[in-house]
Design a protein around this ligand. Structure first.
Ligand code: 9UX
Length: 72
């Protein structure tokens, strides 16, 4: 099965940021799609929960220089 999550991605200021985040998330094993919205500062990601967690996805966002506060 797959799941979909929307996570915050803060600190993006241009369209290249969007592409960088999307490209990096798509490289993660278990991530099937990543759609980043600059205006809302959010990323909608479909993934395989047995292969990767939301926390892993958010950590990748942080590792490449953006912020993604923990979901409540
Ligand atoms: Mo645009 Mo984003 O010049 O890190 S790539 S601001």
């Amino acid at each position: 099965p797959t799941a979909t999550v929307t996570i915050p991605v803060q600190g993006m200021t241009c369209a290249s940021c969007v592409r960088t985040v999307e490209r990096n998330l798509l490289k993660l094993p278990g991530v099937l799609s990543a759609d980043v919205n600059l205006a809302t500062g959010r990323a909608t990601v479909t993934y395989i929960p047995t292969e990767i967690t939301v926390r892993d996805i958010q950590q990748r966002v942080r590792d490449i220089g953006y912020e993604s506060p923990d979901l409540t």
